[in-house]
Write a protein that binds this ligand. Structure first.
Ligand SMILES: Cc1cc2nc3c(=O)[nH]c(=O)nc-3n(C[C@H](O)[C@H](O)[C@H](O)COP(=O)(O)O)c2cc1C
Length: 251
């Protein structure tokens, strides 16, 4: 059995035997994928998991915590961002909550965005977090070259609107959005009392997505500088970019 396949099997085995034990999930240690490439394995990748709801019983929050657990199983550091930020307003950038959040964005090598679908689209809470991410620092977008995966939960029977829109945002922010994604319909039915995903094809997909995000993040991590170096940015100063993007007038 290939190494990565054995890892997935191990995660599934854990969940089958410890479905109610969060402690077992978080303490079980799995070697990261790509064991043949020691260079990639020697670097710990960091993933920021973000969800788009402020509800106390939020399903996207439950999914974010599950994704954090799965990512940890695959050998990366993962934290879940607090979505409760002020509405985007450049004058509030010094707000301690915003600063803490932006530090987490800088810290991360990759992102998992998990939004509920509301009125056929991304939630305002999710979009607000993305709006706080800086468009440019000098001539560079701070998100460029980082990895992204997109997931959505919805109350209805199926939709991909929200993941598609988040892909579009990832492209705008020059992130590498991985091919795999997850959309969980009737998501309120899919969690156990203690907040874990029930055994299902949706759960398997979420694990696949977590594994793929880890692999892409590890592969790309030390190549980001090379991949994102662009002629147009070498000739354009930050000042000129701000001018072209109308930033001075806009913010
Ligand atoms: C205002 C509103 C609009 C919604 N629109 C949709 C929708 O367009 N499609 C859908 O499948 N579910 C829709 N839902 C259901 C939500 O996707 C579902 O309740 C989801 O669990 C909310 O995320 P949360 O639990 O993380 O807060 C809507 C719910 C609300 C409150």
């Amino acid at each position: 059995m290939k190494r990565s396949a054995s890892i997935t099997a191990a995660v599934l085995a854990i969940s089958a035997t410890t479905a109610t034990s969060e402690a077992a999930l978080t303490t079980y240690s799995l070697a990261p994928p790509l064991a043949t490439d020691q260079k990639e394995n020697s670097m710990t990748s960091k993933i920021l998991v973000q969800y788009g709801s402020l509800r106390s019983n939020s399903v996207s929050h439950k999914l974010a915590l599950e994704v954090q657990r799965f990512l940890t199983q695959f050998g990366v550091e993962a934290i879940v961002a607090d979505p409760n930020l002020p509405l985007y307003d450049e004058e509030l950038r010094d707000d301690p909550k915003v600063q803490e959040y932006l530090d987490q964005v800088d810290w991360a090598d990759g992102f998992a965005w998990i939004s509920p679908e509301l009125h056929g689209t991304i939630s305002a809470v999710m979009k607000n977090q993305v709006d706080w991410m800086q468009l440019s620092v000098g001539a560079v977008r701070p998100t460029q070259g980082k990895t992204l995966t997109v997931m959505q939960v919805e109350g209805g029977s199926q939709s991909f609107n929200t993941v598609n829109l988040m892909r579009q945002m990832g492209r705008w922010m020059r992130m590498f959005t991985i091919p795999n994604q997850s959309s969980i319909p009737k998501a309120y039915q899919e969690f156990t009392e203690d907040g874990q995903l029930k055994d299902s094809a949706f759960r398997n997909r979420v694990i696949d997505v977590a594994e793929e995000l880890v692999k892409f993040t590890k592969i790309l991590k030390d190549k980001v500088g090379f991949l994102t170096d662009r002629y147009s940015e070498r000739v354009e100063s930050g000042e000129e970019l701000a001018e072209r993007m109308n930033l001075k007038e806009a913010v």
